[in-house]
Design a protein around this ligand. Structure first.
Ligand SMILES: [Zn+2]
Length: 244
């Protein structure tokens, strides 16, 4: 099976899993820890009401059920959504993905489960080529928000807020998961969005405030992309501050 394939390749010294995705010997531990950290975050949210951010790599939102893709080995956030339902009895889970790339893997892993609503804002057209607005999944539980590059930053914030409100109209999540991709920041080498650190704070607070109303403030966030390391560090600290 796929998990064993990743394990054997990594522990055997590493190699290529996909055109973009290379595993090293450490990737097995890193990928397991990455997925596990997000699950720990879910446990903390339900047991103690603690919000958390999993600063993990590899990212997860392009990973498919049986295939690595786009630097991603396992679908960390999608796995966490299913885990929250099974382990903690969450009836409704909302996933919000603001990475500059479409969370195609997350969509593939959750779109058959209508009690998980998935909102993805992403640059369009751009890698991986999926995520059209008309693609709502088989149960209309997916809100894709394709956006052109280089728009004024407020347009991205407004578009994501509108989609989150649409995805939660008459539907109350028991947990909010964030795929916090920092490649949507202005200047990222792999994206053309114009978000600034303050926008990361705005989006985080927007979800925390709504989560306070919906579900005792349960929010678990996980890092996805982000390829300007200094910006990524500043954004992660600001995101953490806003989660608090
Ligand atoms: Zn990305």
């Amino acid at each position: 099976m796929y998990v064993a394939t990743v394990r054997d390749l990594a522990l055997g010294g590493g190699g290529r899993l996909d055109a973009d995705t290379v595993a090293s010997e450490g990737s097995w531990d890193a990928a397991r820890a990455g997925a596990g950290c997000v699950l720990d975050g879910v446990d903390l949210a339900f047991a103690e009401g603690v919000r958390s951010f999993a600063a993990v790599r590899p990212p997860g939102h392009h990973a498919l059920r049986d295939r690595a893709m786009g630097f991603c080995l396992f679908g960390n956030v999608a796995i966490a959504a299913h885990y929250a339902r099974r382990k903690h009895g969450a009836n409704h889970v909302l996933i919000v993905d603001w990475d500059v790339h479409h969370g195609n893997g997350t969509q593939a892993l959750v779109e058959d489960e209508p009690s998980i609503h998935f909102v993805s804002m992403h640059q369009w057209p751009w890698y991986p080529g999926t995520g059209a607005a008309e693609d709502r999944g088989p149960h209309d539980s997916v809100w894709n928000v394709p956006m052109p590059a280089a728009r004024p930053r407020a347009e991205y914030v407004d578009a994501l807020r509108t989609a989150v409100d649409a995805a939660t109209a008459g539907w109350t999540p028991d947990l909010v998961l964030i795929s916090a991709g920092c490649d949507s920041l202005n200047g990222d080498p792999l994206g053309g969005f114009t978000l600034e650190i303050e926008d990361v704070v705005t989006l985080t607070r927007l979800l925390v405030e709504r989560a306070e109303r919906w579900c005792d403030g349960r929010v678990v966030s996980a890092l996805e992309g982000g390829y300007a390391p200094e910006r990524l560090g500043v954004a992660a600290v600001a995101h953490l501050g806003a989660l608090r």
